[in-house]
Design a protein. Structure first.
Length: 236
């Protein structure tokens, strides 16, 4: 019983992980994998490590991610194979020695700021979701997260935000909204949109379970998008 993969894109601290976890909780099905793009930051050279330590390395650029490893990993998961996932340490900007074992699942949910930035990756996503959250809220969340969880100081976080995060959102992330099958305004607080996503995934799982494999996921997503367009296109 396999649905496939849903990709969540959105700005830094937009609530992508929260939305993903609420989808998983509401789905209430076994064998769900949550894959974070944060695990696939590239290994930095000594020079890049020095830049990262002074908040001068751009982690919000497509080039900061190991898309080759990411695509290979997602493809294997969709084939039901087990994979090893890097564990990235944000306090040291390094991959940890021990990687995490992850196994194929009925539903794969992938989230990250550059989820829609690679053509090969896009082709592996059966549903594309954009989490749209007000920029002021995202900045406050990022400040709280980076200071409390990642050991950063407020000056460094604001410097990084103005130099890299905000420009990257405007150049790469916000334009990718047009690629989404559905837009979720207000992030994890939008239970209407989350419930509709869950209903669609459940319907696809039931069709696969019943042997109706000829049904198109894209067709289902289109119908579902039309039915929810009035609520999903609102803005705060």
């Amino acid at each position: 019983m396999l649905f496939g993969s849903a990709g969540l894109c959105g700005g830094s601290a937009s609530g992508k992980t929260t939305v993903a976890n609420k989808i998983i909780e509401a789905l209430d099905v076994p064998w769900v994998v949550l894959l974070s793009m944060d695990s696939f930051y590239k290994v930095l050279s000594p020079e890049e490590q020095a830049l990262a330590a002074s908040n001068d390395y751009n982690f919000d650029h497509p080039g900061a991610f190991d898309f080759e490893l990411l695509v290979a990993t997602l493809r294997k998961l969709k084939q039901g194979k087990s994979v090893k996932i890097p564990v990235y340490d944000f306090t040291t900007h390094r991959r940890q020695k021990d990687w995490k074992n992850v196994y194929g699942a009925s539903v794969i949910i992938f989230e990250g700021i550059m989820s829609f930035a690679d053509k090969e990756l896009l082709q592996l996503l059966d549903m594309k979701i954009f989490v749209d959250t007000d920029s002021d809220i995202r900045l406050v969340r990022r400040l709280r997260r980076d200071i409390t969880e990642r050991g950063r100081d407020i000056e460094g976080v604001i410097k990084q935000y103005n130099k890299f995060v905000k420009p990257a959102f405007e150049q790469y992330i916000e334009p990718a909204m047009r690629l989404a099958d559905i837009v979720v305004p207000r992030g994890g607080g939008n239970m209407v949109a989350i419930d509709l996503i869950v209903q669609h995934v459940h319907s696809q799982l039931e069709e696969v379970s019943d042997g109706n494999t000829d049904s198109s996921l894209e067709h289902g997503a289109t119908l579902w998008q039309k039915a929810t367009s009035s609520s999903s296109t609102q803005r705060d």
